[in-house]
Write a new protein. Structure first.
Length: 435
């Protein structure tokens, strides 16, 4: 297939080795209005313990979208998410001294022979199982500070943490249990077989942690955000950045926002021609903030419908979550609420009630405060509002939620529909919330 041959439906099962950028090999071109189907491997722990990777995730090759040009945006309507793994391991991490240079997610090296990004083999199970192919030393950059293994029910609705015996069983069939796609190049994290916290039952609700468009500079996929991207500033490896201005080229694909799930619409900036949509980092569940910095990474299938929005010219993502995921204060008005509002308008001589629609602006930065300031700035630019008006509207009709610590937020408000009309977003908002 020619790289620019436009397909109405494009299936993608090829992945990068931890990088996103305009020089990555393209997966193909999908029609404006077409469907992208992906089969993705776990994106976080597996690549983290596989020293060949140059970023902390394993995401799809970029997908060109017909008619998408710099300054446009691409709406990704998440039609379906299906988890295929039957188990995973996760927890909080520790870094292994000597196994990396500036960044344990990026510039890996064997702590014994010094080979950079060494090829590796698996010998046995446990945290010593990942061996340098050159010298046989443990070449993984990470271990668990506190870890656990989770087995899922057949419908992927609940997960149960297992004991040492269960973790060992899953480790010995790790590739099968993780359901690694054929073209994945990671070692499965189930090999580590952590078994702390057995007997804890958790609710599952899958979402996509790293999804968006390609930045105009090549960076590690896990660092395509304002918080993780801080580790690139001043780094001496090949993907080091000089300052915050260079980091501003990011597209904030790595959000870890648990509302980016089936039924939601994510609107992404186009910073290279074609957009370069990529998908990865599916999670079986996650609490707000991803407080361990990691959660239940899984393999799975996604189906996305794409739509180009010409000239929207946004700096970072916008999200139209499922109505159930909106804060109560930001939900669309009910008929009864509108009736009571009309009564107040008549009583106080207010000419009319503004038509409003829910909107979330994603912000990222070094800290939660920095991320919120970034979201204020993005919202003000998008809706032609001062920061004071943004703060006022988000206080009265919205708020800020933590996507990931230390620095990704969702800034929610009920936005005036005339402002959304002016930016070409009103039809999407009305359709999403049946307005």
């Amino acid at each position: 297939m020619a790289q620019k041959e436009v397909q109405q439906e494009l299936s993608v099962d090829q992945y990068t080795l931890g990088l996103v950028g305009p020089d990555q090999e393209w997966a193909g071109t999908v029609a404006d209005g077409g469907i992208i189907k992906t089969h993705t491997p776990p994106a976080c722990w597996g690549p983290m313990i596989t020293p060949e990777f140059k970023g902390g995730h394993e995401v799809t090759r970029p997908i060109r979208v017909e008619n998408a040009e710099v300054g446009d945006a691409i709406a990704l309507k998440i039609k379906d998410i299906e988890v295929t793994s039957i188990a995973t391991s996760t927890g909080s991490m520790v870094e292994r001294d000597g196994a990396f240079g500036d960044d344990p997610f990026v510039d890996h090296k064997c702590p014994e022979c010094g080979t950079e990004w060494p090829e590796s083999i698996v010998e046995g199970t446990g945290e010593e199982a990942i061996k340098c192919a050159e010298c046989g030393a443990n070449a993984s950059s990470f271990g668990f500070e506190y870890g656990y293994t989770v087995a899922f029910d057949d419908d992927r609705t609940v997960g149960l943490t297992v004991d040492e015996s269960g973790a060992d069983d899953l480790a010995n069939r790790a590739d099968e249990a993780m359901a690694l796609p054929e073209n994945s190049r990671q070692h499965p994290i189930l090999l580590y077989k952590p078994s702390e916290m057995p007997g804890t039952l958790g609710h599952l609700r899958p979402f996509i942690g790293n999804i968006g468009t390609t930045p105009p500079v090549e960076i590690p996929d896990s660092h395509n955000a304002g918080d993780f991207g801080q580790f690139l500033i001043g780094a001496e490896h090949d993907w080091g950045l000089a300052d915050e201005d260079e980091l501003a080229e990011r597209t904030d694909g790595h959000m870890d926002i648990n509302a980016v799930r089936e039924g939601a619409i994510l609107i992404c900036p186009v910073k290279i021609d074609g957009g370069g949509v990529y998908v990865g980092d599916m999670h079986a569940n996650q609490g707000d903030g991803e407080l361990s910095l990691h959660t239940t990474d899984v393999s799975g299938h996604t189906e996305l419908e794409v739509q180009v929005i010409k000239g929207l010219d946004i700096d970072g993502p916008l999200l139209l979550p499922n109505e159930d995921d909106l804060p109560h204060i930001s939900k669309p008005y009910t008929a009864q609420e509108l009736e009571r509002g009309q009564q107040l308008a008549a009583e106080y001589d207010v000419d009319e009630i503004d038509e409003m629609g829910p909107l979330q602006v994603i912000g990222s930065g070094a800290t939660i405060n920095d991320a919120t300031e970034n979201a204020f700035e993005r919202a003000g630019t998008l809706l032609d509002m001062t920061e004071g008006e943004v703060r006022a509207r988000c206080t009265f009709t919205g708020g800020v939620e933590i996507g990931r610590l230390p620095g990704v937020v969702q800034l929610t408000m009920l936005a005036p529909m005339d402002r959304l009309e002016g930016r070409g977003l009103a039809d999407l908002v009305r359709a999403q919330y049946s307005l």
